[in-house]
Design a protein around this ligand. Structure first.
Ligand SMILES: NC(=O)c1ccc[n+]([C@@H]2O[C@H](COP(=O)([O-])OP(=O)(O)OC[C@H]3O[C@@H](n4cnc5c(N)ncnc54)[C@H](O)[C@@H]3O)[C@@H](O)[C@H]2O)c1
Ligand SMILES: [Zn+2]
Length: 348
């Protein structure tokens, strides 16, 4: 089994192994003495893996129930959380009891937020089942929901007590979401690890996904340990995200998936870095090729002006500038404070 230890304020382990979800009960027992467990999952994941996880917990003596919500980002909102609270209270869960998040990033963010706030905070375990959740969202302790005014505007930092990653669950993940998660995997190579980037170029990532996942969560772990509450280094994880987020917004979060938007954002910002002679020549082309290999788009019809306009309205609150993440070269990133008024020229 691959184990990555995260030394945040409350340390925890990330365990990676094929078939691991069938051992959920014993793994949870090793970190928790709760008597009741509420497994929170969505309608897709619950139908495939719910029984395995619930039975494993019951076999170890946990009094276990499962709360299922309808899959989809549109349900990542406060009334779903409210339904979770009621369900947990009706089950008489106490401060000593446990939430298990079984699903993708939407499930992890919401179950984590419910755990962060129910009775002022109870423990939770992450069982991420999408590639994005396995390499990114299940690590780092960010939890939350969307509100009408924007995505992830309400939330809390709440670290899990254990993360259980079973790469076999990816066998049922729809292909779109596999390539979506690859956007984040490629991002890790770009910002921190040229060797990972080369491995992705030379091999099929899905043949060695356990190893790739371990590398990605270790990179995220290193960044999060040094910057748990996001002030400095954690910003590097936003490579490709500033422009990507604007693109997602242009299409109302429906035309492009997150990973697709990030892929386009990474190529755009690498090109901008090359033009400004801040980024080694040829980097953008390598990123483009790699994104194409994993079926991610690398350009879009939206103009630099459209993208810069959205960034401007997004970043109003943080004053007249935006922290762009740029590459010196692949595997080596830095942030550059850029005036919002100069953004269009910089990326255009
Ligand atoms: N907390 C963080 O640090 C962080 C970081 C990045 C993204 N996020 C959040 O993550 C969310 C996106 O995550 P996501 O892409 O996993 O979305 P998701 O949870 O909606 O999962 C995507 C789809 O795949 C399905 N699915 C998941 N695992 C499956 C499996 N093994 N088999 C079959 N179907 C499966 C889900 O039911 C859903 O339909 C966004 O809400 C985003 O804001 C959070
Ligand atoms: Zn992302």
């Amino acid at each position: 089994m691959r184990t990555v230890r995260v030394n945040t304020n409350t340390p925890y382990d990330i365990l990676i192994e094929r078939g691991l979800i069938a051992k959920t009960g014993e793994l949870v027992k090793s970190v928790s003495n709760s008597s009741k467990v509420c497994v929170i999952t969505d309608s897709n994941v619950g139908a495939i893996y719910g029984n395995t996880v619930v039975n494993s917990l019951k076999n170890e003596g946990f009094d276990t129930v499962m709360f299922t919500f309808e899959a989809g980002e549109k349900n990542k909102r406060l009334d779903t959380i409210s339904a979770m609270y009621s369900y947990m209270a009706d089950f008489n869960m106490s401060r000593r009891d446990l939430v298990v998040a079984l699903g993708g990033g939407v499930t992890g963010d919401m179950a984590g937020f419910a755990a962060a706030t129910y009775m002022r905070g109870i423990n939770f375990v992450q069982i991420p089942t999408s590639l994005l959740a396995q390499v990114d969202s299940s690590v780092g302790g960010k939890t939350g929901v969307d509100i009408e005014q924007g995505k992830n505007l309400v939330g809390a930092f709440h670290q899990p007590i254990l993360v259980i990653i079973d790469p076999d669950t990816l066998s049922t993940l729809p292909e779109l979401y596999l390539s979506d998660g690859m956007g984040e995997v490629i991002k890790y190579g770009c910002i921190k690890d040229e060797k990972l980037f080369e491995t992705l170029e030379n091999e099929n990532a899905f043949d060695i996904i356990d190893e790739i996942t371990e590398i990605c969560v270790s990179i995220k772990r290193d960044v999060v340990e040094r910057d748990e509450k996001e002030s400095g280094e954690r910003m590097l994880l936003n490579f490709g995200h500033t422009l990507g987020h604007s693109l997602e917004k242009i299409y109302n979060f429906e035309g492009l998936s997150h990973g697709q938007a990030v892929a386009i954002g990474m190529v755009m910002i690498a090109k901008a870095g090359e033009r400004a002679e801040l980024t080694e020549k040829g980097s953008a082309e390598r990123i483009k090729k790699l994104c194409e290999k994993y079926r991610l788009p690398t350009s879009d019809n939206a103009s630099a002006k459209d993208i810069a306009d959205i960034c401007r309205s997004d970043k109003k609150a943080s004053g007249g500038s935006v922290n762009l993440v740029l590459l010196h070269k692949i595997g080596d990133s830095f942030t550059k404070k850029t005036e919002l008024s100069k953004l269009e020229d910089f990326i255009g």
